[in-house]
Design a protein around this ligand. Sequence first.
Ligand code: ADP
Length: 259
Amino acid sequence: SRRIEMGTANNDEIGRLSNTLNELLARLDKAFYRQKQFTADASHELRTPIAVIRAQVEEVLDKRKVTNEEYHEVLIAIKKQVEHMGNLVSQMLMLSRADDNQTNIEKESFDLDFLISVLIEEMHSIAQSKNIVLKKELANANEPLIIEADMSLITQLLLNLIDNAIKYSYSDGIVIIKANMMSKYVKIDVIDQGPGISAEHLQNIFERFYRVDKSRSRKEGGSGLGLSICRWIVEAHNGKITVDSQVGKGTSFSVYLPK
Ligand code: ADP
């Protein structure tokens, strides 16, 4: 950055200084706006489950007689909403810590091949409920896939991507998790044969709270924060996440982590 010396500043320098100041102001404005938008969206997201809980409780309170079965149903509905709110709040906390650079990345060496197998095992029953097959594919099966990264964050990243691939896929599909050790980075792809995402939406899906189909996502327990968390995790590792999608064919997310 330039320092303008008093007395020696000419018009050129003042012009440049004012440009710089204006750019700074525009950036601040944008940051303020984003913060405001985040708070507004978050409040809105939390209002929905609260409204559902209130309606359920009021319905029971208004009845003269309530059977055990009805009580049970209401409690289950409330539990679902409370779980949703819990997820939402922990995702929001994670992003707000990320904004403040408060999250420490704790890198360690681990076997990505093994982690993918564990995650496939973990997601097995969710996948099976839609008759979806989860498949691991290694580019070089002989080469060990040891990477240096924050294992719990990479776990969360992959879980988010695999969970989305299952959530948005049709029944009887296949989801492939591919890993490829390249010279400078490791590439991980999560590929599904779901409905795909059209170009106009594709550019926005990493934005906070952005969802292509709000009611669909909500029904699946989504918050619209998953992919923004993914992007943050990847960037915190100095990596890159890209998405490729064709409507009617499927979607594939690619994560590049530097070695
Ligand atoms: P959500 O909690 O809604 O899943 P995400 O941030 O994880 O939020 O994803 C944002 C949106 O991107 C989703 O609501 C969905 O519309 C779209 N999306 C994400 N992954 C996929 C996928 N594999 N196939 C189709 N659409 C997807």
